[in-house]
Design a protein around this ligand. Structure first.
Ligand SMILES: NC(=O)c1ccc[n+]([C@@H]2O[C@H](COP(=O)([O-])OP(=O)(O)OC[C@H]3O[C@@H](n4cnc5c(N)ncnc54)[C@H](OP(=O)(O)O)[C@@H]3O)[C@@H](O)[C@H]2O)c1
Length: 361
């Protein structure tokens, strides 16, 4: 009979860790591997494919989906938040047992011992842009990214995460109705381009042994947040024609494809550097609106006025009203498979889960 002994030790996590020997038979040889569980029931990722992932902005539109996806694949997740109460309401313990929620003073402990960090934090840009808010939009990203990078860099070698996936945006390229942008294109010269350059600049300060993936995200489509959730009521109120001139480019990505891209970036060492997080077929805004009108059963002949969009998105409407055509060259080279390459299919799938009640608008 094999003798099994569970050992107990402290790691830089918050709870004692039990190393539970697991017996396996490989090529006729008896082998042990250690499945590590702490007392919060958090697997510590010593099993081959399991990761411990710390996520800033995990309570947001994209973050929530990513957390759910990682947990459903049995990875351990640590949500790094500014507000425990908010995170607990997003991730109630009955549905997310074992999820660790950490406020800022505990981020360091969480990051040490994580296999990977995903940085999604930042103040929403779909607001009115007063000078103070513009400063906050930029500073919130710079501050969160600097903090994460400093904490990674301060970690001892043996507990330092090996990968940082950090969000940035296609706003990096500036706007154009005629140019096509890929990861090698230069940055633009408007406010959002400046925000993205500085945001990325902070992430680039991460220790050179850490694999860094910078995802330049396009307009994320999903029912639970982002620009689409705000556009749907406008389409109900107006007939649902193009926004603005309709000629602007709309570089979009389905939230599930973005989550898959982040997931792949965590686990696949070939993913490094800048990767555009956009679908392979950006559309002009008129086409996007036509499809949206179609899947919503609204005729598409009456343009939604700019002022209406600005009323709901604030100056952040510029991401929709002044677009850019961005192609996911790197993701394609890496063989990433988009579940939703065409906007019509993405919208159909999203709208099939949205309950429309015109009386609300
Ligand atoms: N959604 C898009 O279409 C899109 C497009 C391009 C780029 N991106 C980028 O991708 C990332 C994730 O997007 P998202 O749509 O999921 O964002 P989101 O829903 O707005 O969530 C971002 C998270 O950031 C944290 N946050 C909010 N205000 C903050 C502030 N003032 N300072 C520090 N942290 C703050 C919040 O987490 P806690 O409250 O838990 O701290 C929040 O849950 C963001 O950085 C965003 O700029 C998104």
């Amino acid at each position: 009979m094999e003798l099994c002994r569970a050992t107990l030790s402290w790691t830089n996590s918050f709870a004692p860790v039990f190393h539970i020997p697991q017996y396996t038979q490989v090529n006729g040889c008896k082998k042990f591997r250690f499945l590590c569980m702490n007392s919060d029931n958090e697997s510590t990722g010593s099993q081959s494919n399991q990761m411990i992932v710390s996520i800033t902005g995990g309570t947001g539109f994209v973050g929530r989906r990513l957390v759910q996806r990682l947990i459903s694949d049995k990875h351990s997740v640590r949500v790094l938040t500014r507000s425990r109460a908010k995170a607990q309401s997003v991730f109630p313990v009955r549905n997310f047992p074992g999820l660790i929620i950490a406020e800022e003073s505990e981020w360091g402990k969480c990051i040490q011992g994580s296999d990977a960090v995903v940085n999604l934090a930042g103040m929403p840009i779909s607001t009115r842009w007063s000078p103070e808010i513009k400063r906050e939009i930029k500073q919130s990203r710079i501050k969160a990214t600097s903090k994460v990078v400093d904490l990674i860099n301060q970690s001892e070698d043996d507990v330092r995460p090996s990968v940082l996936v950090s969000a940035t945006a296609v706003g990096y390229y500036g706007t154009s109705e005629t140019q096509v942008f890929d990861e090698t294109s230069p940055s633009g010269n408007d406010y959002l381009a400046e925000v993205c350059r500085e945001w990325e600049g902070r992430a680039l300060k991460v220790n050179k042994d850490v694999r860094l993936v910078l995802i330049r995200i396009g307009v994320v489509l999903g029912k639970d947040g982002g620009a689409l959730a705000k556009m749907i009521p406008l389409f109900m109120m107006f007939a649902g024609g193009p926004l603005g001139s309709g000629k602007q480019w709309f570089s979009w990505i389905h939230v599930d494809d973005l989550v898959n891209l982040i997931y792949e970036s965590l686990s696949n060492p070939s993913y490094r550097g800048v990767i555009n997080g956009t679908a392979p077929n950006p559309v002009r805004l008129a086409e996007m609106c036509e499809h949206l009108g179609e899947v919503m059963g609204r005729p598409s002949w009456l343009p939604v006025p700019d002022f209406a969009l600005k009323a709901v998105l604030g100056e952040g409407a510029t991401i929709v009203l002044d677009g850019q055509r961005v192609l996911p060259k790197r993701a394609k080279e890496l063989g990433f498979s988009f579940r939703y390459p065409y906007v019509k299919d993405a919208l159909k799938s999203i709208m099939s889960t949205v309950k429309l009640s015109p009386s609300r608008f």
